[in-house]
Write a protein that binds this ligand. Structure first.
Ligand SMILES: C[S@@+](CC[C@H](N)C(=O)[O-])C[C@H]1O[C@@H](n2cnc3c(N)ncnc32)[C@H](O)[C@@H]1O
Length: 337
């Protein structure tokens, strides 16, 4: 299989199933982000999307609908094999063939973490039904190791917006509203994923130096963004013209070039966040909680007061109270908070 190396990263021009089998060892990849062909005649997508095709790079290889199930089973199996235990995979899918991918995932040992909905602009225009403007993103993990999830990589948990809300919480909701990129007059791949979407997955689910793989490179957007964030990258693209164009563009980018433009998360928050709990801390927590409840405070308010007194976040207080739930004073209903 033809391949090319850019800054120590190897990219293969060929089928990802045969290519992964031959070139990617078991348990070697930290993160897979991929956007397989949709099996809906994606090579003629302009008929569905009615858009200006002049700048769309030709050569996109589609998978016939009749072969989509078997095709999905094979590549998803390979993805599961090459992920390291604890590694994550994000699969972007439309709804038409989603069931094939879900079925393929069930045949592997991969475990669901979240089913994310990505809502985008420029939906498919319709007049006799609702406008379709979402994709599914299946976020799975390979059990057996620690999964990377960088909770504060984008927003500190203690940060607040001017109206008192938590941007960290909002950023982690499982409906993502991210616009597609409008690139007038520039070469683009069919369904090129926006960089904002890729940055988000990469920041939460990988660290600098990690190896990121895209089984279906298309416009190379995943690996371009991964390298921009100083990750290592690899992947496959079966189409020769697409591969040749994108590999030459990749040579122009500098590893880490995106890092200076990334937001620095606010670090302000409870003074003792992340510090291990001592036995004394736990005793104080339990006895103070009991006294606050006795004095007539609601459970919610008691947790808030304890957070202030002990310099911990609300979740940390609730989690520790649940751990010590054997105590009589502990409210069963806290489990439902
Ligand atoms: C939906 S596009 C990927 C778009 C990409 N995520 C981007 O942002 O530009 C799917 C790509 O997979 C390629 N492809 C189709 N079958 C393949 C296979 N068996 N192995 C590798 N690539 C394949 C297509 O040529 C197409 O470029």
């Amino acid at each position: 299989m033809r391949y090319d190396e850019v800054n120590g990263n190897t990219f293969y021009n060929g089928d990802c199933i045969a290519g992964a089998r031959k070139h990617i060892p078991d348990d070697s990849v930290d993160l897979i982000i991929t956007d397989p062909p949709y099996g809906i005649n994606g090579d003629r997508l302009h008929q569905h999307y009615n858009r200006d095709e002049r700048f769309v790079v030709g050569g996109y290889i589609e998978v016939p609908a009749s072969e989509y199930g078997e095709f999905s089973r094979e590549w998803v199996r390979e993805a599961g094999r090459i992920l390291r235990p604890g590694g994550s995979i994000y699969i972007v899918s439309g709804y038409t063939n989603l069931y094939h991918i879900l079925h393929a995932l069930r045949e592997t040992g991969l475990r669901e973490v979240n089913h994310i909905i990505w809502r985008y602009n420029f939906g498919v225009y319709t007049s006799r039904k609702y406008v379709s403007s979402h994709y599914h993103i299946l976020y799975y993990e390979k059990p057996g190791g620690e999964r990377t999830f960088n909770l504060e990589s984008r927003y500190g948990t203690g940060e607040k917006t001017p109206d008192g809300r938590s941007p960290n919480y909002r950023d982690r909701e499982d409906v993502w509203c991210i616009n597609r990129e409008y690139k007038p007059g520039q070469a683009k791949n069919k369904n090129e994923l926006p960089m904002e979407l890729l940055v988000k997955m990469l920041q939460y689910s990988s660290n600098e130096g990690d190896l990121v793989c895209d089984m279906f490179l298309g416009g190379f957007s995943t690996v371009r963004t991964a390298i921009g964030l100083n990750r290592r990258a690899t992947g496959f693209e079966i189409s020769e013209p697409i591969f040749d164009l994108r590999i030459s563009e990749l040579r122009e980018i500098r590893p880490g070039y995106l890092l200076p433009s990334m937001r620095t998360p606010g670090r302000e928050g409870p003074a003792n966040r992340g510090k291990p709990w001592t036995d004394t801390d736990r005793e104080i927590l339990v006895s103070r909680f009991a006294r606050l409840i006795e004095s007539g405070e609601t459970k919610k308010r008691a947790v808030e007061i304890l957070g202030e007194e002990l310099g911990r976040g609300r979740w940390a207080i609730e989690k520790m109270l649940k751990k010590t739930a054997r105590l009589k004073c502990f409210p069963q209903s806290l489990d439902s908070t």
